[in-house]
Design a protein around this ligand. Structure first.
Ligand SMILES: Nc1ncnc2c1ncn2[C@@H]1O[C@H](COP(=O)(O)OP(=O)(O)O)[C@@H](O)[C@H]1O
Ligand SMILES: [Mg+2]
Length: 358
């Protein structure tokens, strides 16, 4: 597979005595779309700023294409950053904004003109050269910020919540734009967001972070279907997380009932956490269910119904289904073995502390 383009090795960073990144290791392959995903304050921006050279780590190394660039200033790195706030110069035209970095580099007039045209075409703002910044919508301004980064031909584009200020519809449009852009440019994108849907839509690889640690790294499918711990399961989508006992390989007991599953290697009678996605619960007649419950809440969500099914011991299951079961109806709960995900319980209180209960 070759060496990674970017390698963060044992990166630690504190601010005012508080550890923000703790021995972080992260490899990014060339030409991938990598997303750092996690709740506010988990260290995503700090990680990005360390890659960009705007922040230096207390310990550890930043390797770029085999070279140690830990102490290289931002403008000497082969990457460009697009920030959450577009930071365009309002007294300059669009063309002048895009040309800014190139003029500093003393590029020729014709080179700059060509580049501006090319970049505007890429971000679907053909012919906007002489418009003023203030005449553009938020989405258009963010496209200009991206165009401004692209003209420098970076090998890596760093994007810190670039769509955070846009409304939902525009954000979704821009998500597809960015995927297209990444494919056309053939460069590496490192993208920061706290929005799990955005991460699932756009990424080749998602890095789930919490409190300065990487919790899990993998493809969107891998992260969604096989969360390694309760934090990831809960953060990456709605989940039912219930205590269970792994009786033996491929058999787990939940609230006294035995469910077949596909997980192995947990040992005998081992307490575990069980994750079941709302869409993976099949509601059936009570006599056909592995567990029973009563529908206690129902909302129509457009594509599916969202139901709450309360089991006799009081646990409230979240269920998504295209079939409607009215409030008050007794139902059975069935789950296919491969839709049951078994996770080790946190080994220590320390690990528990980075869990879901905060
Ligand atoms: N320059 C700074 N000085 C002091 N604290 C900072 C600074 N930058 C970030 N922090 C703190 O570090 C933590 C992680 O911040 P950040 O990397 O911005 O998280 P995220 O981008 O995931 O929201 C936060 O608690 C934040 O307040
Ligand atoms: Mg941030």
């Amino acid at each position: 597979m070759g060496q990674p383009l970017i390698d963060l090795r044992n990166i630690s960073k504190s601010f005012d005595g508080t550890m923000v990144l703790d021995d972080l290791n992260l490899s990014v392959k060339e030409n991938t779309f990598v997303t750092l995903l996690g709740p506010s304050g988990c260290g995503k921006t700090t990680t990005l700023r360390i890659i960009g050279g705007f922040e230096s780590p207390d310990r550890g190394e930043v390797i770029f294409d085999g070279q140690n660039i830990t102490s290289l200033p931002p403008n000497k790195r082969q990457l460009n950053t697009v920030f959450q706030k577009y930071a365009l110069f309002t007294h300059m035209s669009i063309a002048e904004n895009i040309a800014f970095g190139l003029k500093i580099k003393n590029k020729s007039r014709s080179y700059i003109q060509d580049k501006i045209k090319y970049a505007l075409k890429l971000v679907n703002l053909d012919g906007f050269e002489n418009r003023s910044v203030s005449s553009l919508s938020g989405g258009q301004q963010q496209r200009i910020a991206i165009a401004r980064a692209i003209v420098n031909e970076p090998r890596v584009l760093l994007l810190d919540e670039p769509l955070g200020a846009l409304d939902l519809k525009l954000r979704q449009d821009m998500q597809y734009e960015l995927i297209r852009l990444k494919n056309e440019l053939g460069i590496t994108f490192i993208y920061v967001t706290h929005d799990q849907e955005e991460a699932l839509t756009m990424s080749d690889t998602i890095v789930v972070m919490n409190q300065g640690y990487i919790q899990q790294m993998g493809s969107p499918e891998n992260i969604y279907n096989e969360p390694e711990n309760a934090f990831v399961a809960d953060f990456i989508g709605e989940s039912n997380i219930v205590p269970g006992i792994m009786l033996r390989d491929e058999l787990v007991q939940i609230f006294g009932a035995k469910f077949n599953c596909v997980d192995k290697g947990f040992g005998l009678n081992k307490p575990v956490d069980v994750v079941i996605r709302p869409e993976d619960i099949d509601l059936v007649a009570p006599e056909n269910g592995t567990l029973t419950g009563k529908v206690t809440h129902l909302i129509f969500k457009g594509v599916h119904y969202e139901m709450e099914v309360t089991s006799p011991d009081g646990f409230e299951w979240l269920v998504h289904s295209t079939d409607l079961f009215p409030v008050g109806q007794d139902v059975g709960i069935h789950v296919d073995p491969f839709d049951i995900q078994i996770m080790n319980k946190p080994a220590s209180e320390d690990e528990e502390a980075v869990g879901i209960n905060e």
